[in-house]
Write a protein of this length. Sequence first.
Length: 400
Amino acid sequence: MNREFDILIAGAGMVGLTVALLLAQGDANDQLRITLVDAGKRPSFSPGQEVSLRVSAIASGTASLLARVGAWDGIADTRACPYRDMKVWDALGSVEGPETLRFDAAEFAVPQLGFIVENILIQDALLALLHSTNVSVNFETRIRTVQKCGDRYVVEYADGQTMTPELLLGADGAASLVRNSAGITVKTWKYAQSALVTHLQPELSHCNTAWQRFLTTGPVALLPLSDGRVSTVWTTTPEHAEALSTMPEEQLAALLTDATDGVLGKLAVAGPRGSFPLKSQHADRYVLDGLALLGDAAHAVHPLAGQGANLGLADARVLAEVIVEALTAGEHPGDLPILRRYERARKVANKSMLHFIDGLNRLFSNESTPLARLRGAGMALFNKSGPIREYAVQVALGIK
């Protein structure tokens, strides 16, 4: 009879739910007792409710992962919006200029570049699938403390109950209690920027295109939604973001129309608003003996490239593969040498993407006219770069 291993996953966001489902569906599921806990309430989704402000750009490779666990068809049939084209341009240029970065699905022989999907819809689809597994899912279950005891971590809940799993997975976000309690330090890159998010009704069709214009204070993006609206993420100074969040709708709409160079005609505010400060961070370690971090607990990136969810879900895929392979080989999945396989596979890739996005944000947020001309020439050159351009798109699609 196979020995059973206890795994506790802290955090029921998209990443925590995905790793739980991958393990529950994996070849070694009969060797696992999986518990998933989250301090918040269970996400509630229905097709009739308003589109959430929290949306993610899901790359085609990530959609394939969600399809593998059986979640994607339900998501796509509900209201995932494909984007088949992407246009990125500088404020000193024009959307039709030679320096504008253009990507279209047909050029790379794929049906679409990705999808804009609500986080809560993905969570709901994953939870529905988890109900048919043996995973114990517990919402409104707050972890009070995490302490090392021997070769394991003792987790104490707010009600005083404790659990001592053989492997603790921290998928509990950028402010991770698991990470902080384990004494894992993080490097942080703070930006003098905040992001305003809302939904807009454009005068013109979004044409299933993701649009992004770089201003000196940061990028402003228009992301297509399935109902014809667009979701906007406007990165700007904290003071400006605060002012935008409270100004009259007509004034905000006029500013957004101007900020996006009228690429979709006149815009009208058609949803609630939110704002949040921006930073990037990266954990010095992803794993310890009996513990692993994934998703935003391990790394958080600037939203300008829309890669946050894709990086986290790639973590979930690789970590689940490492755990299943270890169990199949008769190894202990919580041993540090085993978990290091996951860290080696993901840490360099995540760090490289973080620095690339950070550099891109700093490059385009510089007001120097000579630098603006130089980056415009560089963008035009990139459009003609052939293999480099193709490789970059494959990375963005999640197939590299």
